[in-house]
Design a protein around this ligand. Structure first.
Ligand code: FES
Ligand SMILES: [Fe+2]
Length: 351
């Protein structure tokens, strides 16, 4: 019933009711994760949840700020408040907080010129805005950089944002699915998949500075590219670039044209088995077809969602002997190996 004395509310603390193993939570808290689309954070605070931590995301003239969604006064949810005069205002007693989280005004104080103690401040979280996405690092000490996204980061190309969806699945299960090729004919026949199952060539996975990459030729069913090239099916090469732990971009290049589509997918581990998807798409046309790209992406996501939500176990097995692998699984094997070896994720639980 009572909170222990000396309980710390530092933004990097393990949340109560944490659904992650503690060691996994600590490792993941050192990465940047997406928490909102920047365009969704305008004149009102927005709530988010990352690694079981409730966050408030708000915008001032200094840019986007992220903090724990707890007022330091009496613990009210700040995301139910508002932004006024460049401050986030708590809905309960109206305390105001600036972009850095410092309290700037206590409306009920008799002497409004009295000094507000520096400790009256939000539990602020390290934040960056890039690629139209708000990123947060709970530990405040990112051990890994933000992904480098060719195409999406090119200011001459126009980015399209796919409305964010939530999957009841682990972030790592989503990433594996996003990098899996052998499911296209079976799951994506109604969109880009070629319903004729073809063998997946034995591809090589290469390590990059911050992740993994591989190339894959594929004969897509249908022709979804606005490059004026006719054809019932299109031969393409996909180049996948995965940035640990939960980010991937695919460069999609039809082999018979100069057209390139860049499809970026990064996910927020909301909790151990809940994942929020952020996708950004662009292409080398001046005016990517927003309606088509959004509709197509949402359909593809829907095709995957049910499959991934039904996978068992819900946690990605990082012990490679736990599931049986096929040759098309090279990327999945390298991904699992790296998560365990490089970062110590999925460490045996101390008894
Ligand atoms: S609880 Fe936020 S101002 Fe009192
Ligand atoms: Fe898929």
């Amino acid at each position: 019933m009572f909170q222990a004395v000396n309980h710390s509310k530092f933004a990097g603390d393990l949340p109560r009711n944490c659904t992650f193993e503690e060691s996994d939570w600590r490792v993941l808290s050192n990465f940047w994760h997406p928490v909102a689309f920047a365009h969704d954070v305008q004149d009102k605070p927005v709530k988010a949840r990352l690694l079981d931590v409730d966050l408030v995301v708000y915008r001032t003239s200094q840019g986007v700020s992220v903090a724990r969604d707890i007022c330091p006064h009496r613990g009210t949810k700040l995301s139910a408040g508002w932004v006024r005069d460049d401050n986030l205002v708590c809905p309960m007693h109206g305390l105001c907080f600036d972009h850095s989280g410092q309290c700037t005004k206590i409306p009920s104080m008799p002497d409004q010129s009295a000094r507000i103690p520096p400790k009256m401040r939000l539990y602020s979280v390290l934040t960056e805005e890039k690629y139209g996405i708000v990123w947060a690092c709970l530990s405040g000490e990112p051990g890994w950089p933000l992904p480098e996204w060719e195409g999406i980061g090119n200011p001459d190309l126009k980015n399209i944002y796919v409305p964010s969806g939530t999957w009841h699945a682990a972030a790592s299960r989503h990433v594996e699915n996003f990098n899996d090729l052998a499911h296209f004919p079976f799951v994506h026949g109604a969109t880009f998949g070629n319903e004729e199952p073809a063998p997946v060539p034995l591809y090589k996975v290469h390590e990059t500075d911050y992740g993994l990459t591989f190339d894959m030729p594929y004969l897509e069913g249908g022709n979804r590219f606005p490059d004026g090239v006719e054809g019932e099916n299109r031969e393409v090469v996909y180049t996948y670039e995965l940035t640990f732990p939960f980010t991937t971009i695919i460069h999609i290049k039809p082999v018979d044209s100069d057209y390139v589509q860049y499809f970026a997918d990064t996910v927020c581990p909301v909790s151990a088995h809940e994942t929020r998807i952020f996708q950004v798409v662009t292409d080398t046309t001046d005016e990517p077809d927003e309606d088509f790209l959004v509709k197509e992406s949402l359909m593809i996501n829907d095709e995957d969602k049910g499959m991934v939500e039904g996978q068992h176990p819900e946690d990605l097995p990082l012990d490679l002997t736990e599931e049986i692998h096929i040759p098309a699984d090279r990327i999945s094997l390298e991904y699992r190996r790296a998560l365990a070896k490089k970062f110590g994720l999925g460490a045996p639980i101390a008894s």
